[in-house]
Write a protein that binds this ligand. Structure first.
Ligand SMILES: Nc1ncnc2c1ncn2[C@@H]1O[C@H](COP(=O)(O)OP(=O)(O)O)[C@@H](O)[C@H]1O
Ligand SMILES: N[C@@H](CCC(=O)OP(=O)(O)O)C(=O)O
Length: 272
């Protein structure tokens, strides 16, 4: 599948998962965060608009509080995420400043989708940052987003949140960076015979059946939520790529039209 059109993407949402922010359940991957800050700053300074959706609040919180398993109570989870989000943003601010780039924090709850004023306000906040050449760093507001009866405030994972953000600000592409090279025919962590799929033009039952569980105790998405995110953005006529976060510079190759990871893009009518 020719990827030349990806060179024209000017507004880019990049989502990075917990497994990529953390080296282990208790160790933050500082080098990865630094590389990501370099890549996003370089793209922004080259004239693209970059929005970063970053998981890791719970993982970084667990590291800060020296916990190696996810607490069971909601109150504990909220405290963990609150400490972790603050520590995560502190890390991002410092690493981005190395590259002369300011960042802003946007914490979202799912109910912004249900309230047009909240949806519009969130959109204007993000666009206001972009107009000032500031990179928005977005996460779910885990400390307060707890689902109550009749009031859905929780996204629960950032794959869906990043797809909603892609629509919210009419981005051209969503790049989901994970601890795998892309979508495989089965979970590569449990099936050595699984092979990478370079291009998907439709999310169907066969594709969905390839998704297994998550890759870490603090992740909440997994491949299934990534495929649902792909379905969401493809329906909007946009592109999505799942790629490895091992070397964040891969984003330059993706936006240069090179075949990296798995590209999800609906085929144009004439090509069908
Ligand atoms: N078909 C598949 N292809 C690739 N990865 C898969 C597949 N099925 C399940 N997985 C799992 O999904 C994980 C990535 O999702 P997740 O654990 O939520 O990571 P992240 O923190 O990046 O969101 C991989 O580590 C892998 O174990
Ligand atoms: N808001 C949560 C997001 C959890 C989440 O979606 O994790 P992942 O599946 O690793 O992207 C956090 O920051 O821990």
């Amino acid at each position: 599948m020719n990827r030349e059109s990806l060179k024209d993407c000017s507004r880019v949402v990049i989502k990075i998962g917990t497994n990529s922010i953390m080296k282990s359940p208790t160790k933050v991957d500082y080098h990865k965060i630094d590389r990501l800050a370099f890549v996003c700053s370089t793209l922004q300074q080259e004239g693209k608009e970059v929005i970063l959706v970053s998981s890791g609040a719970v993982g970084v919180g667990a590291s800060a509080l020296k916990m190696n398993k996810y607490p069971s109570s909601i109150a504990e989870q909220q405290a963990l995420a609150s400490v972790g989000q603050s520590a995560l943003m502190n890390l991002y601010s410092r690493f981005f400043q190395h590259y002369g780039q300011y960042v802003g924090q946007i914490l979202m709850t799912r109910d912004i989708i249900d309230y047009p004023n909240a949806y519009h306000n969130c959109k204007t906040a993000i666009n206001s940052l972009l107009n000032k050449k500031i990179i928005p760093i977005i996460n779910e507001n885990d400390a307060v987003s707890v689902d109550e009866l009749g009031h859905c405030t929780k996204f629960g994972e950032n794959d869906t949140l990043s797809a909603v953000v892609t629509e919210l600000i009419d981005a051209d592409i969503l790049i989901i960076m994970s601890d795998v090279d892309g979508l495989y025919t089965a979970n590569p962590q449990t099936d050595d015979s699984a092979s990478l799929i370079p291009f998907v033009s439709e999310i169907n039952e066969e594709i969905l059946s390839m998704a297994g569980g998550t890759g870490s105790i603090f992740s909440t998405g997994g491949m299934e939520t990534k495929l649902k995110a792909a379905e969401y953005v493809m329906a909007l006529g946009k592109s999505m790529v799942i790629t490895s976060a091992l070397n964040p510079s891969i984003v330059f190759s993706i936006l240069g039209g090179e075949e990296c990871g798995t590209l999800f893009k609906k085929l144009e009518k004439q090509h069908q």
